[in-house]
Design a binder for this molecule. Structure first.
Ligand code: DLL
Length: 425
């Protein structure tokens, strides 16, 4: 669609949404009144900046039904995530919301090459988590064959891939790597299973991790983004050029703000992603602060889609680890590790504060490959020193490195847990 034509639609939807939430959601009426803003003040898309933000705390305070904008009988399905911070986040969908979600996910899977001939093996968890349902609805709308296997049961996953001719599979990137590892243990080369593509997301993953997955599986690995608050997966997706993720912005309108000041930032500047659900009926959100860090590309994409793109996520405003004053995202550590021969991209960061010195102490547990593990102790010691020195020179942090045996760090069939922060701060 011509971007100017889309802007007109977005503006009409935004105004309509502002009117609706003012009328139907006491929480928003109060917020709008406090800011002295009305739906009629929205005359251009820039005027979105006049509207109040919604935060995760607001969701907690209004749990479970405080943000509902339609009568209960309109709600057809509910999803929920407890998230990494433990705050329950509820999304209640009307039929139209479910249709929009299916549309967003159909575009996502289609951009990864799926159509009605595809066999989509959905290894995201089914249940309250949005991954299972989102992929399912999108694949069904495309007319593809869906294999609703859910997460876990790795041997069965591999058997289904072989027996049903899976062309595309979906799961968290860490589970995709784990599945490849298990396949090799069973004497199966994952490449021999004939899968062409995978759509991975729901947790941070680096460019290097993408290469590992692609190499192991012989597939093209696509990044997909979404969050329960907004709808689930399908908010943004990669096309064949993989230069950023196209936002389905006719439904989920993006802005980037400075997380400190709340000021809207121009395209190309990194900040916190804020999304307004301009077509949502059940639990619409105005300027929701995702805490995810990215920027918006200003140039159009080579693929011809005219929707704006966001960069792959750089991390979150809240999973930023600050170790003795040095800011580091787990994904940066992962990127550094994958470049080192002899280690596996399975790691755990444990941060604590020394009660005597009051200084932060960080330990990095890294799995070594089976070959390095059987090496002489001297070689292992060299590897340990190399990892420590690499992290120091690349990221400026001092970490105690602990090499652990292959396959000892707990695997996850969903989101991998990479950090244990024991500091009480
Ligand atoms: O993880 C929805 C989803 C399911 C997305 C399947 C993609 C695939 P939540 O559990 O609410 O929803 O977690 C949302 O996960 O705010 C990000 O911090 C993180 N996240 C999601 N996708 C990506 C990604 C689902 N592609 C939170 N890269 C978001 C990095 C991601 N982080």
């Amino acid at each position: 669609m011509n971007p100017e034509a889309r802007k007109a639609i977005q503006l009409a939807r935004l105004r309509n949404l502002a009117e609706k939430v003012y009328r139907a959601v006491p929480f928003y009426r109060k917020r709008f009144d406090e800011k002295g803003v009305k739906a009629a003040d929205i005359v251009s898309l820039q005027d979105i900046g006049k509207l109040p933000f919604t935060t995760k705390d607001d969701l907690r305070d209004t749990y479970p039904y405080g943000l509902l904008a339609v009568p209960h009988e309109e709600i057809k399905e509910i999803h929920m995530s407890s998230g990494t911070t433990g705050i329950p986040v509820v999304d209640a969908y009307t039929q139209r919301d479910l249709d929009d979600w299916a549309e967003g996910m159909a575009r996502t899977l289609n951009a990864a090459g799926a159509d009605r001939n595809a066999v989509v093996q959905n290894a995201y968890g089914y249940g309250l988590f949005t991954g299972g349902a989102g992929v399912h609805f999108g694949a069904a709308l495309l007319g593809a064959t869906v294999i609703p296997v859910s997460s876990g049961n790795t041997q069965k996953q591999l058997m289904l891939m072989r027996d049903f001719g899976t062309t595309l599979f979906t799961c968290t990137p860490s589970y995709a790597l784990y599945m490849a590892e298990q396949a090799k243990d069973m004497g199966i080369d994952p490449k021999s299973l004939g899968v062409c593509a995978g759509c991975f997301g729901a947790e941070p993953w680096s460019e290097n991790m993408r290469r590992e997955i692609e190499k192991n599986w012989g597939i093209k690995a696509y990044d997909i983004y979404g969050l329960t608050e907004i709808t689930g997966p399908g908010v943004a997706f990669e096309c064949e050029y993989q230069e950023g993720l196209h936002v389905n912005e006719d439904m989920w309108y993006p802005e980037i703000i400075d997380p400190e000041t709340g000021k809207v930032l121009p395209d190309g500047e990194k900040g916190e992603l804020v999304i307004t659900t301009i077509t949502k009926e059940g639990t619409p959100l105005i300027r929701y602060r995702t805490r995810d860090i990215t920027y918006i590309y200003s140039e159009p994409c080579k693929c011809g889609r005219t929707t704006r793109r966001i960069h792959r996520l750089f991390g979150r405003t809240d999973d930023l680890l600050i170790i003795r004053g040095v800011n580091v995202f787990p994904s940066q550590i992962e990127n550094a590790l994958i470049e080192i021969q002899g280690v596996e991209p399975n790691y755990l960061i444990i941060v604590d504060r020394n009660p005597e010195t009051h200084l932060d102490e960080a330990e990095l547990q890294v799995e070594v490959s089976a070959e390095s593990f059987s090496d002489e102790t001297r070689n292992l010691e060299n590897l340990r020193t190399l990892i420590g020195a690499t992290l120091k020179s690349k990221l400026g942090i001092n970490m105690k490195i602990k090499l652990v045996e292959p396959k000892t760090i707990e695997r996850s069939t969903g989101k991998a847990k990479r950090v244990i922060d024991k500091r009480k701060i």
